[in-house]
Design a protein around this ligand. Structure first.
Ligand SMILES: [Zn+2]
Length: 136
């Protein structure tokens, strides 16, 4: 007996990558940090910026502001004044991804940030949406 059309269609859809697996391809490394005296070193800062595809200075400014701590880039690392743990960085990284990386329309991470006059917009390469983002 031949398979019914609906069944064939269902099978075809199963072969397509699902939305979920598309998101899983967007992998950002977990923040690795250590405290030295009164400073905190975020060891994989640059690696995270590369995965986010964002300007390191933008991400640094965001972290500094959210943690109310001065931050500097040191090679591949970032150094912050004050003591912070990995949970703090993880929470802020999630917020950064939500606010500055994921397109609010199609929920994909293929975006870039452009500055026009004094406003910032997130342009989505996947769906073409143009969404305002707050400045950091
Ligand atoms: Zn989009």
């Amino acid at each position: 007996m031949l398979p019914r059309y609906e069944e064939m269609l269902e099978r075809a859809y199963e072969l397509l990558p699902s939305e979920r697996s598309k998101h899983e391809r967007f992998e950002v490394p977990a923040p690795l940090c250590s405290v030295f005296g009164s400073k905190t070193v975020l060891h994989n800062f640059m690696e995270i910026c590369r995965a986010l595809n964002r300007d390191p200075l933008h991400f640094l400014r965001f972290l500094s502001k959210e943690m109310a701590a001065a931050g500097t880039i040191d090679g591949a690392r970032a150094i912050f004044q004050g003591r912070f743990d990995e949970e703090t960085f993880k929470r802020l990284l999630d917020r950064y991804i939500r606010d500055f990386v994921i397109c609010p329309v199609c929920k994909r991470p293929d975006t870039r940030i452009v500055k026009e006059k004094r406003l910032h917009f997130m342009i989505c390469e996947a769906c073409g949406a143009r969404s305002p983002v707050r400045s950091v």
